[in-house]
Structure formats: C-alpha cells, structure tokens
Write a protein that binds this ligand. Structure first.
Ligand SMILES: Cc1cc2nc3c(=O)[nH]c(=O)nc-3n(C[C@H](O)[C@H](O)[C@H](O)COP(=O)(O)O)c2cc1C
Length: 184
C-alpha cells in the first residue's frame, strides 16, 4: 500500500484524485459533499457534481440552479467546504472554499456546453425546494436564467490517508501550499 512521507507528493496525489473526479464519472471524487452555513448558522450539506478543477487558479466548479437554497445561503455567506472520500485510495479530502456565484452572460459559453439532457436540472417550476401536493407536481423548464456556476476558490486543502500508517497534512493558499503534517 502507498505511504506518504513527502508533503508535495501527498498534495500531488490529492490533486490527482480531484482531477480524476472531473474526468471520470465513475470516480467517487465526481460527487463531493458541499457544506454551507445557513442564515441561522446551521450546517447544510448536499451532494454535487464536480464539473471543473484547476490547480493553477485553485478554482473548482459546480453547476446549480440559481433558485436553490444553497445559492440563497451562499449569497449570505460565501464560505463553504467540499468533502470527498476516495475509498480505493483510502483518502479523505477536505477543501475550504469561498464561493462566487456566476450567472447571466458571463457563463453563456458554459450553458451552451451543458448537454440538452442535463439542462433539465436548471429551471424546475416551481423552484427547487418548493412544497408540492404530489411527488411529480413540477415541470422542467430549462433556461440559462436559472443556471449558475459556483466558482469555488480554494483557501485550504486537508488530506487524511488511512494507510498502514495514518498520515494527515494541511495546505493553505496563504502559505503558497507549502503544507504541514498534522496528527491524524
Ligand atoms: C449524485 C447527485 C449529484 C448531484 N449533483 C448536483 C449538482 O451538481 N448541483 C446541484 O445543484 N445539485 C445536485 N444534486 C442535488 C443536491 O444534492 C440537492 O438535493 C439540491 O441541489 C438541493 O439542495 P439545496 O436545497 O441545499 O440547494 C445532486 C444530487 C445527487 C444525489
């Protein structure tokens, strides 16, 4: 089993799992949990799809509907966290982000790239989270106006590897990703 004793290699490994999540729809990194903080300071977590990852800019991208609760919440408090567990690598990845909500003409190109069959996720009527009388009492009216890109700027990445020995490290943008070991 792989063991880590070099901070840079450990971070490279974390990023390869993140990138795999974007490229491979079967990878567990494809479906991170996005946690936000509600107006009442309560935690809210949900599964999302990781659409893009760029190590150079430290930006991860998630697509959503502008009228979802997470968007309302992020408008109030842009601090969020993404969590992944990659079972075959025995690796937990915790990512602290600040989220910018992109809508409208700036994301027109992204909208055009969304396959027709996936567009139904953006534009339900009534909006996501509305109370309805029957389970299927809603329509799908895809529209670019309802489409949002959550641009997640990474401030911190924490890795925990459960190998023969357990290893944990944290990396911060503020220290240029130098990293430091932590007790697991
Ligand atoms: C496998 C899976 C992938 C999902 N991907 C997304 C996604 O990429 N974007 C999204 O807004 N919701 C996604 N959802 C739905 C969310 O988990 C959530 O139910 C919905 O967005 C409403 O969340 P909110 O009320 O907290 O905003 C996904 C759910 C599952 C089970």
């Amino acid at each position: 089993m792989i063991e880590f004793n070099n901070l840079t290699q450990f971070l490279d490994h974390g990023w390869s799992c993140i990138n795999r999540g974007v490229a491979d729809t079967k990878s567990p990194g494809r479906y991170p949990t996005l946690a936000t903080v509600s107006k009442d300071l309560l935690p809210e977590a949900r599964t999302v799809v990781l659409r893009k990852a760029d190590r150079n800019t430290s930006i991860l991208e998630i697509h959503t509907d502008t009228r979802t609760e997470k968007v309302n919440t992020l408008r109030q408090n842009p601090n969020a966290s993404l969590h992944m567990w990659i079972p075959n690598r025995r690796l937990q990845i915790r990512i602290s982000v600040i989220v910018k909500i992109q809508t409208g003409s700036t994301i027109k190109k992204r909208w055009e790239e969304v396959p027709q069959k996936s567009r139904v996720s953006y534009g339900t009527l009534p909006p996501s989270g509305s109370v309805i009388k029957e389970p299927l009492a809603y329509d799908q009216m895809p529209s670019m106006e309802s489409f949002a890109v959550l641009e997640c700027k990474i401030g911190k990445i924490e890795l925990l590897h459960l190998g023969r020995n357990h290893t944990r490290a944290v990396y911060q943008a503020s220290s240029d990703w130098a990293g430091t070991w932590l007790v697991p």
